[in-house]
Write a protein of this length. Structure first.
Length: 255
């Protein structure tokens, strides 16, 4: 039997990078998933790739309460149950620290990385806790996976403002773990190092800077490497919690 057979997942930021790779890994492991992202056309591509019978999509802003409600509603109507595997992945980077980052982008980044994550984490926790009251938590694992970053653990000067949002997300994840873990919901924080994806372009890092990083510490991670780590964590028996995963390229020294 596939390790995630019978599980119902929700993954935000699933149009590219770690989110898309995680959707693929979950489906290959037997789960059915609802994916989210802003680009409806790309979501359709992902659904076509992975199969309409196992994947549904909700396009829109992951920080909007209506979009969050729609994702959980689709999980129920399409797959017949409460989502028990939620990956809080959507986020965006921003080059620079407090002194030199683009202040015009701060609010959007905070809304997506922090406010959106907090809303989804709370909604997912309440849904899962209500479901646990009707069944044994040891029968069906329930997981909330939160994507942090090594720059949330070791705030760096080249991404200080972005790192501050991930620092805050780490705190939210640990607070939630202490709250809902004793009730049977696992909260796992995943902190990737350098991963090659669309992230660098959106964050505004110069191509030559990123190439110099890859030359120094490469090969860097691919999205599938992080997806594999997530899949491992959520496929453990319900009694086992892999709570914090830091995954870096082998040669990455800092952060």
């Amino acid at each position: 039997m596939k390790p995630l057979a019978g599980r119902i997942g929700i993954i935000t930021g699933a149009t590219a990078g770690i989110g898309r790779a995680t959707a693929r890994a979950f489906v290959e492991s037997g789960a059915r998933v609802v994916i989210n992202g802003r680009r409806a056309d790309v979501l359709k591509e992902v659904v076509a790739e992975l199969g309409e019978e196992r994947v549904g999509a909700v396009a829109g802003d992951c920080a909007a309460e209506g979009v969050i409600q729609a994702m959980f509603g689709l999980a129920r109507s399409r797959f017949g149950g409460v989502a028990d595997l939620v990956v809080v992945n959507a986020g965006r980077g921003l080059r620079g620290g407090l002194v030199d980052s683009d202040e015009a982008q701060w609010e959007e980044m905070i809304r997506t990385n922090l406010l959106g994550a907090a809303r989804l984490m709370r909604f997912a926790a309440n849904e899962m806790l209500a479901d646990i009251s009707t069944g044994d938590w040891q029968t069906t694992p329930r997981d909330i996976v939160v994507l942090g970053s090594v720059v949330g653990r070791h705030v760096s000067p080249f991404s200080g403002t972005y790192g501050s949002t991930k620092f805050a997300v780490h705190a939210l994840a640990e607070g939630l773990r202490r709250d809902v873990g004793p009730k049977g919901v696992r909260v796992t924080l995943v902190e990737p190092g350098f991963v090659i994806s669309e992230f660098q372009g959106v964050a505004g890092y110069a191509d030559d800077w990123f190439r110099s990083v890859v030359d120094r510490i490469g090969p860097v991670l691919e999205p599938g490497d992080v997806a594999d780590a997530i899949t491992f964590a959520v496929s453990r028996p319900a009694r086992v919690h892999v709570g914090d995963i830091v995954v870096r390229p082998t040669r990455q020294d800092y952060p």
